[in-house]
Design a protein around this ligand. Structure first.
Ligand SMILES: Cc1cc2nc3c(=O)[nH]c(=O)nc-3n(C[C@H](O)[C@H](O)[C@H](O)COP(=O)(O)OP(=O)(O)OC[C@H]3O[C@@H](n4cnc5c(N)ncnc54)[C@H](O)[C@@H]3O)c2cc1C
Ligand SMILES: Cc1cc2nc3c(=O)[nH]c(=O)nc-3n(C[C@H](O)[C@H](O)[C@H](O)COP(=O)(O)O)c2cc1C
Length: 646
């Protein structure tokens, strides 16, 4: 058997679990605005169960519709009216042979005003988190007692609905974690101060929950064992907490990290290494004998199997990996590793969408969150000859789904290799994971028999020579250089050429013009090549176009001795390797002389071919950056949406 440790059965409390793969709780916003489970949500989870996940822990479910909601469409469990939907969900997962727990949660001071319909969030103390910047209201002792009951009643409803257990969300800076952590708990009564006092709320919840649900129902706790902030929870204390929790009779510990002020340690952006947090689970495992679940950027079955084999954790949670590929477990078990569509940690479609009040989706899997709406891959009603021009993510996704539907597909790419801008996007420091998606698509395209022509720049005549019944133009874009500026190629270039390696700059004074994602990343790249870099951006914010968690990490990368950043600074003119700029803080024109200028002013769409083919082919579509320059997520989504219509 492949990965025998990962695929050995496990047990939590009395619950027998078919393998060691856990889908950790991940909010979806697929619920209704009134807290009910929706068919979209049931199908989303059912697919992950069908894909072979041993245990699915349903996302954070609120125990208080009124004050506890941390997302606008979060499902709830504080009334019996939610039972029918919850029952359907548990049944759908069980019918596929998986076990399922449900996470009970209260958002505390990390609730947004929009999620609580304008109410001030509540917390142990009236202290705002840096991330949310909303001062919460301090809970009274009477309110704390009521909340203890609400958690326990929520757990009982989960049992009645047919779930195999509940996970108490005591992590990530939500209400219970706010009590546990000295970072957010400033109380002076019996709920604050000493470790014993800070644990009181959680212990009371465990005690009440056990009273209502009985000994046989699985009960676990998710704990941030390090919050990576000054004055916050650290392993030294959380080891002790783990011991106390075991003694209180919980059945497992789910080891995680962070709160919103250290949010990149909750949902890691692309720069975090695979398995970087496993050591924390290992440390907790040393002090308890109940099962421990580890989580965080575990993308390869081999790594997951080794974790179990080496006794570092008993179960391995694959979070975004299962959003990206619900069949991760089945493919791993059958040894089809290349077939796994690995999450690249871009955070754009999943948490990025949620934080913008959208639903869970995925840049590399356009079906994620749309399983119910899109159904299965539908065979084409009429097989067509489809020509796709452009081998970036948009074109590759279009070609793949078109071929899967049975069409005859030709994919034409002007460069020697496929990938489009993904090959550049993967070059800045710590962004190698992007290449995983390119590799996955290449593997799938060859499996599905797509005819690929690389090194061929297609013009209208060439496309028409295939007599296509449908053409999809996915020609991406080009870096923008304002026409008014005459660039001297010996001292001025684009971020793309620097990342491509066609221009090498080392040990120089460089001025980067444009501080979006690309400008910031090329700055970090140039700084690694021993250059002194000045980054100039006209907006007040750098990396304004990045997903919020990723943006925080990009800004950290810029915090280096050899990088200087200037915002609200507009480049007015270019003279050789000098720029003339206007800074809002100082309204007189100034200059910066560099050895080299690097431009990162955005992307202009390549639409020439699309325009040339108008009215010349029966069907024509435009997708991705060629339509409007954005990200992989949109290119892939548009490619898939078009391929579904062909
Ligand atoms: C440095 C950098 C970093 C980035 N980082 C990220 C990131 O972290 N996350 C993210 O989501 N996005 C990122 N992006 C953006 C992302 O890569 C693009 O949005 C995405 O690749 C667009 O996909 P596409 O398929 O529409 O176009 P492209 O990827 O541009 O692909 C278009 C393809 O068409 C080919 N082509 C053009 N004309 C013709 C023709 N006539 N005949 C044949 N072939 C042709 C091109 O050679 C190219 O390969 C980054 C981009 C850059 C440059
Ligand atoms: C979209 C999204 C929503 C999440 N929601 C929750 C949640 O509801 N409860 C929770 O404890 N963790 C939540 N997490 C954190 C994940 O459970 C997991 O710990 C994290 O994504 C790291 O694991 P991964 O790299 O395997 O994705 C969420 C993560 C994502 C990406």
């Amino acid at each position: 058997m492949n990965y025998p440790h990962l695929f050995s059965p496990g047990k939590i409390g009395k619950v027998e679990i078919p393998n060691r793969i856990v889908m950790p709780p991940m909010a979806t916003n697929l619920g209704s605005a009134f807290g009910e489970v929706t068919p979209e949500q049931v199908e989303y989870y059912r697919r992950r169960a069908e894909g072979g996940t041993g245990l699915i822990i349903i996302e954070n479910v609120q125990i208080d519709m009124y004050e506890g909601r941390s997302l606008v469409a979060q499902i709830a469990i504080d009334s019996d009216k939610f039972l029918p939907g919850l029952r359907t969900l548990a049944e759908a997962i069980h019918n596929e042979g998986s076990k399922t727990f449900l996470q009970i949660q209260h958002g505390g001071r990390q609730c947004t005003i929009s999620s609580t319909d304008g109410l001030q969030p509540v917390a142990p103390s009236a202290v705002a988190s840096q991330f949310m910047q909303i001062v919460p209201r301090e809970l009274t002792k009477e309110e704390i007692k009521k909340l203890v009951n609400k958690f326990a009643e929520g757990a009982l409803r989960a049992k009645i609905a047919g779930f195999d257990g509940v996970e108490i969300h005591a992590a990530h800076g939500y209400l219970i974690a706010e009590f546990l952590s000295p970072y957010s708990n400033k109380r002076t009564d019996e709920y604050g101060g000493s470790l014993e006092n800070r644990m009181r709320f959680l212990e009371e919840i465990i005690q009440e929950t056990r009273k209502l649900t009985g000994e046989d129902f699985a009960l676990g706790v998710r704990l941030s064992v390090d919050e990576f902030l000054p004055g916050s929870l650290k392993l030294e204390e959380t080891r002790e907490m783990a011991r106390v929790l075991e003694a209180k009779g919980i059945n497992y510990l789910h080891v995680t990290t962070g709160n919103y002020d250290s949010i990149s340690t909750i949902i890691e952006p692309i720069n975090f290494e695979e398995g970087w947090r496993v050591y924390l689970a290992e440390e907790i495992k040393k002090v308890v004998s109940i099962p421990v679940i580890t989580v965080g950027v575990i993308r390869h079955p081999e790594m997951a199997d080794n974790i179990v084999a080496q006794g570092k954790a008993d179960f391995v949670a694959i979070g975004r990996g299962l959003i990206a590929d619900p069949e991760w477990p089945k493919k791993a078990k059958s040894g089809k590793i290349k077939d796994i569509n690995r999450c690249i940690s871009c955070n754009v479609g999943c948490i990025g969408e949620l934080l913008a009040n959208g639903k869970v989706h995925c840049a590399v899997n356009p079906w994620a969150g749309r399983e119910f709406l899109w159904g299965e891959v539908r065979p084409a009603e009429k097989i067509k000859k489809v020509v796709v021009v452009g081998g970036g993510p948009g074109g590759m996704e279009t070609a793949l789904l078109s071929a899967q539907r049975g069409h005859e597909v030709i994919l034409i790419e002007k460069e020697k290799e496929l990938g489009g801008q993904m090959t550049l996007a993967a070059r800045p420091p710590h962004k190698e994971k992007i290449i995983w998606f390119k590799e996955y698509l290449e593997n799938e395209l060859s499996k599905w028999g797509v005819k690929i022509e690389t090194g061929k720049e297609a013009d209208a005549n060439y496309v028409l020579s295939f007599s296509p019944e449908a053409v999809v133009v996915a020609t991406g874009g080009q870096p923008i250089i304002p026409d008014a500026w005459q660039l001297d190629p010996s001292v001025a270039t684009t971020a793309w050429d620097v990342l491509r390696g066609t221009v090498k700059i080392e040990g120089k004074q460089v001025v980067v013009i444009g501080g979006g994602i690309v400008g910031c990343e090329v700055t970090a790249f140039l700084a690694e090549q021993d250059n002194w870099v000045t980054l100039v951006e006209m907006l007040p914010q750098l990396a304004y176009d990045a997903e919020i968690i990723t943006r925080l990490e990009i800004l950290k990368e810029l915090n280096k001795e050899n990088i200087k950043t200037m915002t609200q600074t507009k480049c007015l003119d270019v003279q050789g390797s000098k720029i003339v700029y206007l800074c809002e803080a100082d309204p007189s024109n100034s200059e910066i002389q560099g050895d080299y200028l690097v431009f990162a002013l955005g992307t202009r769409p390549n639409r020439g071919l699309y325009e040339a083919l108008q009215d010349k082919v029966p069907e024509i579509y435009l997708v991705g950056d060629a339509k409007s320059p954005r990200k992989i997520y949109q290119a892939v989504l548009e490619g898939a949406a078009v391929a579904r219509r062909l």
